[in-house]
Structure formats: structure tokens, C-alpha cells
Design a protein around this ligand. Structure first.
Ligand SMILES: [Zn+2]
Length: 240
């Protein structure tokens, strides 16, 4: 792992005498998000982060994993085991002890709270690639809320982490990170930028990161992050 005296995510200096500021290792892509098809000996990307970011992100990522995992309906090797993992996370019968049971029940309550249904497919507010299969007609479509602020935090963390891993840079305040989601049908021009000017890294079948860097400003870049062949996050890093 590359070394840093600052947290790659919040840029705070490490201070091991303060618990929240102490140095930890954070997975750029959460360990639990790698599908079962990932080779066992594959090294999972990690970056230095403070204890607080590490703890905060485990909450955001657990929340997202459940909701995104429940939204995967086609199984393939890119997402193998993820749907099952999301379902188990809200199933108290899998609990290892009482505390674990309470945690699963709480996650289950939150999912039920965020769940509604509609008799037609909405055209607005759907996370690209996570909508209903338009060829199938249902009597009712389940709708599960996904927190946009958590997705934003997640996207920013990946961009910060990958930039650090690729180049050893921290993205300081003079640069801004913007993220967006695009349906597969509309991503061709963005793919072409990566294919023409960038490079692509695979971390097992479930995680693919493409990146192109602006030639006269190495800190400005364009990212395409593909998780499970389903969640496609695009992001730009630009000087403010
Ligand atoms: Zn931090």
C-alpha cells in the first residue's frame, strides 16, 4: 500500500493519540462488494484512511450494498453472491449472536420503511440500470429508496482512492469531484474517451475502473467505475 500522513478521504492528518484520527486501512471497494467469483488470491485495493472515515463508510456501504444488492435481479459471474448477501443482511435467521440479530432486524426495518410500490414504471428518479425490465409487465413494481448522499460519498471515495493508488495524489480543495450515472444505452461516447485516451483496470470480474487523464494537468481526470456490470459511476476531477 502507498503511504500517506493524511487520510486519503477527508485529508485530515493522522494522529494516533486521537481515536477518530488514527491511521487505518480502508478498502477502496468494500471487501464485501467483491463477488464470489473473485479469485481468492486477488489483492483488494486499500488506501490509508482515518478511523472516523473507515467507520462512517462501513455504515454507508452496508446501507448501499443491501439496497443495490436487492435491486440486482439477473445473476451472473460479475455479481455472484451479492443478491444473496443483501438478502442475508436483513434476515435475522442468519444471525451469529443476539447483537447480530438486532443489527439484521434493524436493517430489515429500514428496508421495509424505504419500500413502496407503484402500478407503473416511473420515468424519473431511477438509478440508471436499476430500473424494471421494460419487457416484463408486473401488476405492481416494488420501489426501494437509495440514498443519493451515500452514493455521492461512495463515488467520491472511490475517485479519491483510485487517484491515490494510480498516482499517489491526494485530491485537495483546489480540485472538485463530480459524479453522474448513465444508462448503458447512453454511455458510448464516455466509453470512447476511456478507450481512446485512458486505461482500464480489472479487479476480478466484478470491478472495472477506467480512467483517462488530461495530458497537461495530471490531476484532472475522467473515471468510469463499473461494479457488478450494473452500477456504472462516471466521475470527473477538475480544477475549480
Ligand atoms: Zn478521514
Amino acid at each position: 500500500m502507498r503511504e500517506s500522513n493524511k487520510c486519503v478521504i477527508c485529508l485530515k492528518n493522522f494522529n494516533n493519540s486521537i481515536k477518530d484520527d488514527s491511521k487505518t486501512e480502508e478498502h477502496v471497494f468494500p471487501k464485501s462488494w467483491y463477488p464470489e467469483s473473485t479469485p481468492n488470491d486477488l489483492e483488494k485495493w486499500k488506501v490509508p484512511s482515518c478511523r472516523k472515515c473507515n467507520n462512517d463508510y462501513s455504515l454507508y456501504e452496508q446501507n448501499l450494498l443491501i439496497r443495490l444488492g436487492l435491486g440486482l435481479f439477473k445473476k451472473n459471474e460479475k455479481c455472484s453472491g451479492i443478491i444473496e448477501k443483501a438478502r442475508r443482511s436483513i434476515d435475522p435467521t442468519y444471525a451469529k449472536n443476539e447483537r447480530d440479530r438486532q443489527k439484521r432486524l434493524k436493517c430489515r426495518e429500514e428496508v421495509i420503511r424505504d419500500l413502496s410500490s407503484s402500478d407503473k414504471i416511473s420515468s424519473k428518479g431511477i438509478l440508471p440500470n436499476f430500473g424494471a425490465d421494460e419487457k416484463i409487465k408486473y401488476k405492481e413494481y416494488p420501489i426501494l429508496l437509495i440514498r443519493a448522499d451515500y452514493l455521492k460519498k461512495f463515488a467520491i471515495k472511490i475517485v479519491r482512492g483510485m487517484t491515490f493508488l494510480f498516482d499517489g495524489f491526494l485530491i485537495e480543495d483546489d480540485y472538485e469531484i463530480n459524479h453522474f450515472f448513465i444508462k448503458d444505452e447512453e454511455q458510448k461516447p464516455f466509453m470512447e474517451i476511456i478507450d481512446k485516451f485512458g486505461s482500464t483496470e480489472h479487479r476480478g470480474p466484478g470491478i472495472v475502473v477506467g480512467r483517462a487523464v488530461v495530458f497537461d494537468d495530471h490531476k484532472s481526470s475522467f473515471y468510469r467505475i463499473d461494479i457488478w456490470g450494473k452500477l456504472k459511476i462516471f466521475a470527473t476531477v477538475r480544477r475549480r
